[in-house]
Structures are given as C-alpha cells and as structure tokens.
Design a protein around this ligand. Structure first.
Ligand code: SAH
Length: 196
C-alpha cells in the first residue's frame, strides 16, 4: 500500500558516511535549486541578515549563495568529508573546533564567520546550542530522514525556528512501491500532521 512499503526502512549514519566515501552522492547538485530561486522572496520576506538553517546539509551550494547575500548560514551534516568538501570546493578558508555540549561533534566555520557547519547528527542539536533560525531550507532533509524518525525531526525543527520564520520544504512525489528510498515519499497529509 501507499507509504506502508517504506515505513520500516532505516538508513544508518554509517551507510550515509559510506555513500560519501564511495561518491554515491547523486543527490548533490552543482546548480542552485530552481525552487530556492523561485521562492527566495518567500524565505527572506523582505528581511536581511537572517540566520538560515540547512538541516542535513551535505555540501549544498545554496549555502554559499545565501551567505554571499549577507545571511548567516548554519548547517548540520553527519559526514565530515561533505563538510570539508564544501569549504574546499568553494575555496573558503575555515577553522574547526569542538562543540563542548556534544561529545565527538565538531563545528567548521568559515574564517569570515558567516557559515557554520556542525558535524554531528541533527538529533544532537537543540536551540540552546545553535540558537533559533529565521529561515530554513529543507531539501533532501525531511525526505532523507528515516520514516520512524520523522516526528522527532519535525519537533526539533519546530523548536529551532523563531516565531516569524519561513520554512521552505522540498518533497518528492512518486510511487513508494517502486523505489525504497531515500528520498522517501512524504505525502502532503503527513507534512500537515507533522508541522501543523
Ligand atoms: N540537503 C543536501 C543533502 C541531502 S542528502 C542537499 O540538498 O544536497 C542527506 C544528507 O544528510 C547526507 O549528506 C547525509 O550524510 C546527511 N545525514 C543523514 N542523516 C543525518 C543525521 N541524522 N544528521 C545529520 N546529517 C545526516
């Protein structure tokens, strides 16, 4: 049936690290996402110098784009390789420091200070560690979360955003019986129940 076929599927962090190691990163795009360009005004809503969050960021090129516009970008990504590739592919000098609140986690920050990427699981974050955000770009993030973790993910995201924030979410529509995911199929009805 509909989503039933994917409900039990779990992709471990180890498997994600392996994808990065093997170069199985078909989800990464060199071009800026057309939907972010299309809905940029909705995200920004006339505001400048926003704090924008990229959950499960990979090495998304849009992080550089928004930072160049004067926003402060924060991402979280479990693969250190992805984080380092991001900075080196954009020739951005960075420094690396431990995150005292999260054992084993590191924060990689551009020397200019406007891009901070946390290398840890998103479930280790909280607003007391990363603060709250004015905007979220969620592409390849909710749809990459294991179906059993969606509720936890959504609660965390709700906790990480300011009252007057904008949250852009990209999902993928397809027949979940024909592909095991990720990306997983997240129907609109579920998005409504997760985010209200
Ligand atoms: N949003 C990015 C990457 C999408 S793929 C883009 O648009 O290109 C999903 C990414 O999430 C992978 O890079 C994977 O390594 C990372 N990831 C998976 N589970 C994670 C978790 N629990 N915490 C942080 N990152 C995670």
């Amino acid at each position: 049936s509909d989503v039933g076929s994917q409900k039990e599927r779990v992709v471990t962090e180890e498997e994600w690290l392996q994808k990065w190691e093997m170069g199985n990163i078909g989800f990464h795009k060199e071009e800026r996402h057309p939907l972010l360009q299309k809905y940029l005004d909705v995200l920004l809503n006339g505001r400048s110098e926003l704090r924008i969050f990229f959950p499960l960021c990979g090495k998304a090129v849009e992080m550089k784009w928004l930072a160049d516009m004067g926003h402060n970008v924060v991402g979280v990504e479990v693969s250190e390789q992805a984080v380092k590739d991001f900075f080196s592919e954009h020739s951005l000098p960075y420094c690396e420091e431990p995150v005292p609140e999260i054992s084993g986690a590191k924060m990689f920050q551009s020397t200019s200070g406007n891009i901070s990427l946390y290398c840890c699981s998103i479930y280790d974050l909280s607003s007391s560690i990363v603060g709250k955000f004015d905007g979220v770009w969620d592409r390849g993030a909710l749809v990459a979360v294991n179906p059993c973790d969606r509720q936890r993910y959504a609660s965390l995201m709700i906790n990480l955003v300011e009252k007057n924030s904008s949250y852009l979410l990209v999902t993928v529509s397809y027949d979940p019986n024909k592909h095991k995911g990720p990306p997983f199929y997240v129907p609109e009805s579920e998005i409504k129940s997760l985010f209200g």
